[in-house]
Design a protein around this ligand. Structure first.
Ligand code: HAM
Length: 424
């Protein structure tokens, strides 16, 4: 009996992997232009790193982490996100000693034990960016613009940038308290999760998707009215800057995030085309987090784009450039040996070359060449070799012509290189 993969852990098959390579290339190009450098961090971390940063009472930490005790008795967790790990590395290696401003990105898998559905997996992948050491609202606007730019560079349109401010340690506690009192009066109307959240994490009630919870929130206090003057000024400056960048957005005062470390600016980029899991990217500012994790008092702002959701949005939208393929068909014993040598030499020269390995007829080799999408076929036959000749066939136009071959593979590779150039 075959052993199936794990629920919520998706294979990325070659067709989709091509799209992923394209996505990663576009993202890396954008990061380069915006001055971001790549950082690669481990997949496993000590559990307390996530508990302390994401928050003990968040769904992620309470219910969704893949946590286990390893052979030395230590509690470890498969990373549910990248921000905490990047900051841990930033602190551990004292990157701030070289430069307190660090713009870092990473691309890789994350793990959350959520209920799998379209666009939601238990292993998923993020393109994650963090700008550390900058208080300026300009960086908030710049990061949101950069996330939008990655999407548009991939040909994705019809997305909405939603912004909110979650306030800071000065103004949020009062809002939290008043919201908690308000929710206390609405318990009967709330789902069991939100009844629990009222005590543990009342802000999370704001983005509960259950219909009756949304109705129960009617008349609740509004966070925007609680923002302190500094938070208000910051939000207005972010808005001004993002308008200057010419990026459309809306303010969504109900948007709270599933992670507790955010302060002030938060954002999500959503698309109706994604259905229930509508956020393709999300992030925000986390000004107290680096200190909380034992580092210097530096602020930070970042975001993550979900690769699976990006891939869904791209679909067949963009034709990803195919690399031309050359097929070397061979007829006869001597020809097979020469064909393998020619293909080998072409591969070393950077050309994708395929051969037949099983002594099939020429007809069947041509069929195979068509199937794999070869642009050019080289036909090597014992008879032709005896006449110092090889045939080339342009698969699209079906034009066929003879090429001199005096056992000089180098000259032939040059000639093929030129021919292949036509297909790039
Ligand atoms: P997040 O909102 O938890 O934020 O995730 C960001 C994005 O990752 C989501 O908008 C979505 O596209 C994708 N994503 C999340 N969970 C799943 C899942 N189960 N399946 C598929 N895709 C998923 C963070 O992770 C923050 N660390 C972002 C950040 C970086 N904030 C500051 N810096």
């Amino acid at each position: 009996m075959p052993i199936p993969g794990i629920r919520g852990f998706k294979d990325i098959l070659p067709e989709e992997a091509k799209r992923w390579q394209h996505i990663e290339k576009v993202a890396r190009d954008v990061f380069r232009c915006f001055g971001f450098k790549e950082i690669r961090i481990p997949i496993l971390e000590k559990t307390e790193l996530f508990a302390r940063s994401i928050g003990e009472t968040t769904d992620i930490v309470e219910k969704e982490m893949y946590t286990f005790v390893d052979r030395s008795g230590e509690s470890l967790t498969l990373r549910p996100e990248a921000t905490a790990s990047i900051l841990r590395a930033f602190i551990e290696h004292g990157l701030y000693a070289q430069d307190k401003i660090q713009k870092l990105y990473t691309i890789g898998p994350m793990f959350r034990h959520e209920r799998p559905q379209k666009g939601r997996y238990r292993q998923f992948h993020q393109i994650n960016a963090e700008a550390i050491g900058l208080d300026s609202p300009t960086i908030d606007a710049e990061l949101m613009t950069m996330a939008m730019h990655i999407l548009s560079a991939l040909g994705i349109s019809g997305v909405e940038l939603q912004i909110n401010s979650l306030g800071c340690s000065h103004c949020r506690p009062q809002f939290r308290q008043d919201l908690q009192s308000f929710l206390g009066t609405r318990q009967a109307g709330l789902c069991p999760d939100c009844q629990r959240r009222t005590v543990s994490n009342p802000l999370r009630v704001l983005d509960c998707k259950v219909e009756r919870c949304r109705a129960a929130l009617e008349g609740m206090p509004s966070l925007s009215e609680y923002l302190c003057p500094d938070c208000k000024t910051h939000l207005h400056a972010v808005e001004r800057q993002i308008q200057l960048f010419g990026v459309p957005y809306i303010i969504n005062p109900l948007m709270v995030r599933g992670l507790d470390y955010y302060t002030r600016t938060t954002f999500e980029i959503t698309s109706l085309a994604l259905g229930a899991q509508s956020a393709v990217a999300a992030g925000g500012r986390y000004d107290g987090l680096i200190k909380e994790l034992g580092g210097p008092e530096l602020s930070g702002m970042g975001f993550a784009i979900g690769m699976e959701r990006l891939s869904l949005l791209i679909g067949d939208l963009q034709k990803i450039e195919e690399e031309p393929i050359l097929f070397v068909a061979a007829m006869g014993e001597k020809a097979c040996v020469i064909a393998a040598r020619i293909a080998h030499r072409l591969r070393l020269a950077g050309i994708q070359a395929e051969i037949d390995y099983e002594g099939h007829s020429l007809k069947s080799q041509m069929r195979r060449a068509g199937k794999i999408g070869a642009s050019l076929v080289l036909i090597v036959g014992d008879d032709e070799l005896a006449r110092n000749s090889i045939t080339m066939r342009d698969m699209k136009s079906s034009r066929q012509w003879a090429v001199d071959f005096n056992n000089d593979i180098e000259a032939l590779v040059l000639c093929i290189g030129e021919e292949m150039g036509r297909f790039v």
